[in-house]
Structure formats: structure tokens, C-alpha cells
Design a protein around this ligand. Structure first.
Ligand code: CDP
Length: 239
């Protein structure tokens, strides 16, 4: 891991040259996996994630079936080569937690009643990590669900805000996440439904309000990019 830099903000700019309210460059590609029902590849700065959706399909084991609606399963996995220090393959506490909160962030938009007794399985594979993988995963999963044709009330858009050198910043990258004072990922359904809000570190009440507004602005921008990526693949809504 890189040593702690003396400052994370130099001459009003962050270490990667961004302004305080600027997202990292984003790339979203829809329908990249032939064998999945829906898929999405997303880059968020140096993060590279792939989301694959399978379903609606039969539930195994059967006792997990729900008579009136589909069940949603979400698996977040980090490849061992995705991080600086090789990660031991397989689930760990962190990936179990992220799978759970990501599922909870996505589930409210899925119209589960359309598919009684079925399962919708979402797999998120992190190929390269640089802070913000859960948010990138949620964005990609949401687009992959749309690509799979799963009926949804909206898209879920997600990004984090942080506090570095006492300032609130959008979309912290690895060094900012490691050495910053706070990190708060959120996910939302436009215009104002929050489905994920976690926080590491501390904000004052005023800082929280400022951070929350900034995160909402970030989500709005990401939502537009998710929409554009879907329009590029499928054409304008209704045409
Ligand atoms: O990725 P996200 O910000 O959603 O989750 P985190 O637990 O706050 O992790 C922040 C970053 O730490 C990850 O994106 C990775 O870059 C890094 N990390 C790592 O290097 N090794 C791990 N075993 C876990 C995380």
C-alpha cells in the first residue's frame, strides 16, 4: 500500500486532479456476456466490475421458493487479483456484508410478484478494485437487470462521498478512502428514494447534509449514464 501522502488536496485539487464534486471517469457497457440473461461491465475510475443476471429461473434448493414472488440473490465477489495484496479466494465477512447490503439496495425496485416461485440471481465480480466497488457493483447490477428484462420500478444508482483534509468530496478513490476521515456510500432510486446508506468515519450534522446532497448529485449523473448505456443498446424508450 502507498504511504500516506502529506496532503490529499493540493492547490484546491485532489491527487488525481479532480475537483471536490467530480466523479471518476465512468464507462458502462450493456449485454457483454453471451450466457447471462443480462449483463453489464462498468468502470469507475480504476474499478472494473462485471455484473451478470440469471433468471427468472427455478429456485434450488426448493424450500427457498416463495409462493407469491421471486426471491432475489446477490453475490459480490472480489477476484484475488483485483487488489494490491492478493485476496484469498472465496467469501469472507466483507463480501458477505457487501452482498447483503447490495441485495437490499437493489431489491426494492424489482417487481418480484411477476415471478412467483422463481429466483433472480445477480453476480457481481470485481476484476480490479480501487475503492467504491460496492457502488460500481450496484450500478452495474441494476443495468444488468434491465438488460435481462426484469420488470423494475426504476434503476438504482450508487456512489460514495468522503471527507478528506476536512473537505467533503465525491467518489473517493483508494488513497482518499484509506487516508480520509470518512466514507459514505449511498444508493438511490431517482428522484429521492434511498436504498443504501452506510458510513465509515465521522461527519458533523452539517457535513452530513452537505455530503448527502453531493452524493445525490453523483447518483443523478450516474443514473443519466446508466440510462444512456441502455438507450444505446435498445434504442429510445418505446421505439
Ligand atoms: O470497494 P468498497 O469501497 O465498496 O469497499 P471497502 O471495503 O471500503 O474497500 C475499499 C477498497 O479497499 C476496495 O475497493 C479495494 O480497493 C481495497 N481492498 C483491498 O485492497 N483488499 C481487500 N481485501 C478489500 C478491499
Amino acid at each position: 500500500m502507498k504511504d500516506k501522502p502529506e496532503k490529499l488536496i493540493v492547490k484546491g485539487k485532489r491527487l488525481d486532479g479532480r475537483k471536490m464534486d467530480e466523479l471518476r471517469p465512468i464507462k458502462i457497457e450493456v449485454g457483454v456476456l453471451k450466457r447471462a440473461d443480462g449483463s453489464c461491465y462498468m468502470e469507475l475510475g480504476e474499478n472494473k466490475v462485471m455484473a451478470a443476471v440469471y433468471g427468472p429461473r427455478e429456485v434450488h434448493p426448493r424450500h427457498l421458493q416463495e409462493a407469491t414472488k421471486a426471491i432475489i440473490r446477490y453475490r459480490y465477489n472480489m477476484a484475488s487479483f483485483s487488489v494490491e495484496e492478493r485476496k484469498r479466494p472465496g467469501p469472507d465477512r466483507r463480501s458477505v456484508e457487501i452482498s447483503k447490503v447490495s441485495r437490499d439496495a437493489i431489491e426494492p425496485v424489482i417487481i418480484k410478484e411477476c415471478f412467483p416461485k422463481a429466483a433472480v440471481d445477480i453476480f457481481v465480480e470485481v476484476l480490479q478494485a480501487d475503492a467504491g466497488t460496492r457502488t460500481a457493483g450496484i450500478n452495474a447490477a441494476s443495468v444488468a437487470l434491465a438488460d435481462a428484462g426484469i420488470p423494475m420500478k426504476g434503476l438504482v444508482s450508487s456512489c460514495a462521498v468522503g471527507k478528506i483534509d476536512g473537505q467533503i468530496v465525491l467518489d473517493p478513490m483508494k488513497e482518499e478512502d484509506n487516508y480520509g476521515e470518512a466514507d459514505m456510500p449511498i444508493a438511490m432510486v431517482m428522484p429521492d428514494k434511498i436504498t443504501l446508506l452506510q458510513m465509515d468515519g465521522c461527519f458533523t450534522q452539517d457535513e452530513f447534509k452537505q455530503a448527502f446532497e453531493l452524493a445525490k448529485k453523483g447518483c443523478e449523473q450516474i443514473y443519466e449514464m446508466q440510462r444512456q448505456a441502455l438507450i444505446e443498446k435498445y434504442g429510445v424508450e418505446g421505439k
